[in-house]
Design a protein around this ligand. Structure first.
Ligand code: NOJ
Length: 572
């Protein structure tokens, strides 16, 4: 466990997370230390100096708990044990202490909408007479159907990673709910015993020295009345949408905050919330309500799809993306707080998705995208590899994909008659595997990730694109991220300044100001692969100073492809 001295170095003053930059680690792909091809905790500890050099304040660790790994650890079978794949509790203690020594805090992933079907709570719950039966959602077959027969599920809800959200259990002749997959049964938060068990587990981790929680799909924990009353609900609705933002969400979050002492100990809390609107986020992040510090919205990462189906691809004109981020800035300007992200372990790589990952434009588009995001108001999240411009991988056949979501989509779409070509096109654009290729540390075999054979193929572009090369080059994406982090730490206007979007309809330029008292910053970013003229109507630029740019001469009336300028405007 971390010693008191370590803890002092990472004191948590009031609202400290408003000036923090968080770095997400997906442990299985970060750094392997024992040659088994899977990243692990000692591997992370060995890379802490790199993270300190980057300058981040917090590490968010994707799940390392004991797990059958149906969904790479988002299916937990023991909340207070480490999976042997990743190491031991002693390794985690060492990581926390070593991070704290460097002034870096550590956030655990909290996956409590569901457990694994191998969790002891669920094993017990399978027995209809057990006290834990009500800890999960058990339902009979739909009226008039033979339990277990095709089509007899309580309703037609699909799971995110399986054809049905209901799995038949012959022992009791009933079905249990798993909105992600059969290996991830949903916990019944209506049951106070479930809630208290979760809070006790969270307290245990806080005592161990962690600094907060990233809460997996936390807005799904309060199931709608149709489910809790056991009535069969209308078929045909997307299962996640059906269970998002339920009636007792705020009550449960406030209870959790109180019972665990989240605010009382100034822990950082971020709730992942698919389907959360600005209105939900305003409520949940209003400090007076004492629920969460911030949420991960999905709105901006769902703009390049049609409706709730991420595989149904849509074009994304820049004005739509700008407008969405601006609406969230506006919506949470007064009371709440935003999280800022493009990348995580569930999203394709930002530089390939929103930028241009060709050799000509990769570096500048990665920098420009970073400038835009980090100059918004909120807490920025960097996903491993984003800080040196890692790209999507050349995943061209179904055999290249390992993710449960991708494989389920492939099977279902193929059965529904969608052509292989179209399926592969959707997967290549949106698949989660892109984010999960091993981190490219250097140009040695397997990119320095492992001395064994990596669990997932390394992106072949690692010889050109790797952390070591980026670190050594002062004009690199890594150097740019370092400067953005330093700026946030140094400048109150970056942290707290008012946001205003300019030129909302411009198809190439993303332009906005941040102002606080007499301080003002202007961001002008060409988010396209062709040059752009500066249009009239911008704030007066005389006396403006280039604080951070992609190109040395930041004063011309024309921006090169993916050129961006962060300017300090004269005193106002
Ligand atoms: C969201 C996580 O980020 C994702 O990776 C996971 O598959 C689902 N929640 C289910 O836990």
């Amino acid at each position: 466990m971390s010693s008191t001295t370590d803890f002092d170095r990472v004191a948590r003053p009031d609202r400290w997370w408003r000036s923090a930059v968080v770095y997400q680690i997906y442990p299985r792909s970060f750094q392997d230390s024992d040659g088994d091809g899977v990243g692990d905790l000692p591997g992370i500890t060995s890379r802490l100096d790199y993270l300190a050099e980057l300058g981040v304040d917090v590490i968010w660790l994707s799940p390392v708990y004991r797990s059958p790994q149906v969904d790479n650890g988002y299916d937990i079978s023991d909340y207070t044990e480490i999976d042997p794949l990743f190491g031991t509790l002693a390794d985690l203690d060492e990581l926390i202490a070593a991070a704290h020594t460097r002034g870096i805090k550590l956030v655990m992933d909290l996956v409590v909408n569901h457990t694994s079907d191998q969790h002891a709570w669920f094993t017990e719950s399978r027995d209809p007479s057990s006290a834990k039966r009500d800890w999960y959602f058990w339902r009979p077959a739909r009226p008039g159907s033979e339990p277990g027969a095709p089509g007899a599920e309580p309703d037609d809800s699909q799971a995110a990673f399986a054809p049905s959200a209901w799995t038949y259990d012959p022992r009791s002749g009933q079905y249990y709910l798993g909105v992600f997959s059969p290996g991830q049964p949903d916990l019944n938060w209506e049951n106070p015993g479930v809630r208290q068990a979760v809070y006790a587990m969270m307290r245990w981790w806080v005592e161990r020295g962690v600094d907060g929680f990233r809460m997996d799909v936390i807005n799904l924990i309060s199931k709608p009345a149709e489910l809790t009353s056991g009535r069969t609900i209308e078929p045909g609705q997307g299962s996640l949408r059906r269970v998002a933002n339920g009636p007792r969400l705020d009550e449960f979050l406030a209870e959790m905050n109180r019972e665990v002492g989240l605010d009382a100990q100034n822990l950082i809390t971020v709730g992942e919330m698919p389907g959360a609107t600005i209105e939900v986020a305003q409520r949940v992040t209003d400090p007076a309500r004492r629920e969460l510090n911030m949420v991960f919205t999905f709105e901006h990462v769902n703009l390049d799809q049609v409706g709730w189906n991420k595989w149904d691809l849509a074009d994304l004109p820049l004005p739509r993306l700008k407008a969405n981020l601006a609406q969230w800035q506006e919506g949470l300007a007064e009371t709440g707080w935003n999280s800022l992200y493009y990348d995580n372990h569930d999203q394709p790589r930002a530089v390939s998705r929103f930028g241009d990952d060709s050799p000509e434009h990769r570096v500048n588009s990665a920098k420009t995208l970073a400038t835009v995001l980090h100059l918004h108001k909120g807490t920025p999240y960097i996903y491993q590899g984003e800080e040196f411009g890692m790209t999507n991988a050349p995943l061209t056949q179904i055999g290249h994909y390992l993710d449960v979501e991708a494989l389920n989509y492939h099977a279902l779409a193929a059965a529904a008659g969608v052509s292989e070509e179209q399926i592969l096109r959707s997967l290549a654009r949106k698949g989660r595997d892109h984010a999960r290729t091993p981190v490219q540390w250097d140009d040695t075999p397997y990119a320095g990730f492992t001395t064994g054979v990596p669990w997932m193929a390394v992106n072949p572009n690692y010889r050109e694109i790797n952390a070591e090369a980026s670190r050594r080059d002062p004009g690199s994406v890594f150097g740019h991220f370092q400067q953005l982090i330093r700026l946030r730490h140094a400048e109150e206007v970056v942290r707290e300044g008012r946001f205003e979007l300019l030129l909302p309809e411009h198809e190439q330029l993303w332009v906005f100001t941040r102002t606080l008292g007499d301080r003002a910053l202007l961001v002008i970013a060409n988010c396209s692969s062709t040059p752009a003229e500066l249009p009239p109507g911008l704030p007066a630029l005389d006396g403006a100073v280039l604080v951070l740019g992609t190109h040395p001469d930041g004063a011309t009336g024309r921006l090169a492809p993916w050129e961006s300028r962060l300017l300090r405007l004269g005193e106002r």
